[in-house]
Each structure stands twice: as C-alpha cells, then as structure tokens.
Design a protein around this ligand. Structure first.
Ligand SMILES: *Cc1c(COP(=O)(O)O)cnc(C)c1O
Length: 242
C-alpha cells in the first residue's frame, strides 16, 4: 500500500465527510436530536480499495458493500486493519449466505426466513452470533428487494428463535423518486414497524438501529427517525465518474 499516493483522494473524501457530518448535525439539531445517534455506513460499492483506503485514513471505519463477489477481495485486502466493520447491504442470494457470513460483520439485507435460517447455521459453524437487519420493501416497487411490511411479524416469529443470528434492526431503501412526500411516507412506515417490533419482546432481537436514508434522502430519513444511514455518493462522488 503506497502511503502517500492518494492524498488528493484523502482530502476530497475528508471534505465530503465533514460536509456530511455538518448536514447530519444541522438536521438532528433542527429536530431536537443529537448527531451521535446517527451511525454512518460508508457505501464503497464500485469504488476500488485505493479509495476505501483513503477513507480509512480519514478515519472512516464502517463500510457497506452490496455484492458478495465484489466485497470479498476488498474485505480480504483490509483484513489486517483493526476495527473495520463491514455491512452487507445488497440483495443476498441464499447460495451466497455462507460466504457472506464469513466476510461481513453485519448482514442488513435479510429478506426471507430461509436466508435467516441459513445465516444462523453459518453463524453456528463459525462460532458467532451474526447481527442482522430485516429488509423491508416500503416502496412497493417490484424491483426492490425486502419483505412486504405485513410479512415482517410472521417472519419474526420464526427468525427470533434462531440461535446464531441476532436481529439488530430494520432496513429499507426509499423509493426512487423526487417526490419527498412519497419518500417520507416510506420511511414513516418503517419507523412504525420498528416501534411495533421493539414493543414485542422477541428473543434474540435487539432492534438497536433503524437503517434508512442514502445520499439523496438521508435528511428526510433522519427526520423520520433513522439511526443509521448508508451513504456512498455524498462521500465518494458519483459512481463511474472517477
Ligand atoms: C448504493 C446503496 C446505498 C448508497 O447509495 P448512495 O446514493 O451512493 O448514497 C445505500 N443502500 C443500498 C442498499 C445501496 O445499494
């Protein structure tokens, strides 16, 4: 790893990171929350290890990837760097559950009981309890993954008893639209589900985080109760533009 080859990238990412944190501070302050309640998952999909390394040098520690195949060599590359947290945020096929369990600290995209069962089996094999989020399709867009909102509670009845995963929260991807009302509606729906789920005392469920909001809609998400945003472009710039 060249120590100084990416100082330009570092200062660009650093400026973006500071701006993002300022925006989060402004939004949380406006609604009477503190910025520390928001965890940022930095989404590095499509960006090479050199860019991720620059982000790490800026102090970023929590990363999201959406494809197992792309993430594997990246995670491998950084395996000796302590305290890096990797989140799987993209659709996870059941045949990749084993690999994902080996690679990622957290799986945010659990969208079926079957996948949860497989991850629990892998967790047992690896001797760990895997923190997972249940992904909900709040937009109704058929191209989006995630469980239908009304499938959550029946699924939780089965998922909560699995020994080697721990449900840490809910996740959604907001609708792809400029209609703020529609985006807000989706996030509000997830917050309601989250509050309801927290009221039940499911075993193996902690519901510590509500993962919603990306570069284009994180401020709306925070206003609607998000405690975890997944941000790529606002930190790294447009994908495919480098
Ligand atoms: C790509 C992606 C993000 C980040 O999107 P940006 O617009 O780059 O901030 C967040 N969540 C998921 C599931 C993604 O696939």
């Amino acid at each position: 790893m060249a120590p100084n080859g990416n100082s330009e990238e570092r200062s660009r990412i650093s400026a973006n990171w500071n701006r993002l944190n300022d925006q989060i501070a402004a939004t949380t302050t406006r609604i009477g929350r503190v910025p520390e309640t928001i965890k940022i998952v930095t989404v590095g999909k499509t960006f090479p290890v050199a860019i991720l390394k620059a982000a790490m040098e800026v102090g970023i520690r929590v990363f999201g990837e959406n494809r197992v195949q792309e993430a594997a060599p990246k995670i491998e590359f950084f395996r000796n760097i302590p305290d890096i947290e990797w989140h799987m945020i993209g659709h996870l096929q059941t045949n990749k559950a084993k690999k994902a369990a080996e690679l990622f600290n957290v799986i945010q995209s659990v969208d079926s009981v079957r996948l949860a069962q497989l991850l629990s089996t892998e967790g047992g094999r690896l001797g760990r309890t895997i923190p997972v989020f249940i992904e909900i399709n709040t937009s109704g867009e058929s191209a989006k993954s995630g469980m239908a909102p009304d499938a959550l509670f029946p699924a939780l009845d089965e998922i909560a008893v699995l020994p080697n995963i721990a449900v840490s929260g809910l996740m959604t991807v907001g609708p792809l639209t400029d209609d703020v009302g529609q985006i807000r509606h989706a996030f509000r729906q997830l917050k309601k589900l989250y509050d309801r789920a927290r009221e039940q005392s499911y075993p193996n469920c902690h519901f510590e985080r509500l993962s919603m909001g990306m570069s284009g809609d994180f401020e709306i998400a925070i206003e609607e109760g998000s405690t975890m945003i997944r941000v790529g472009r606002a930190i790294f710039g447009e994908r495919g533009a480098a």
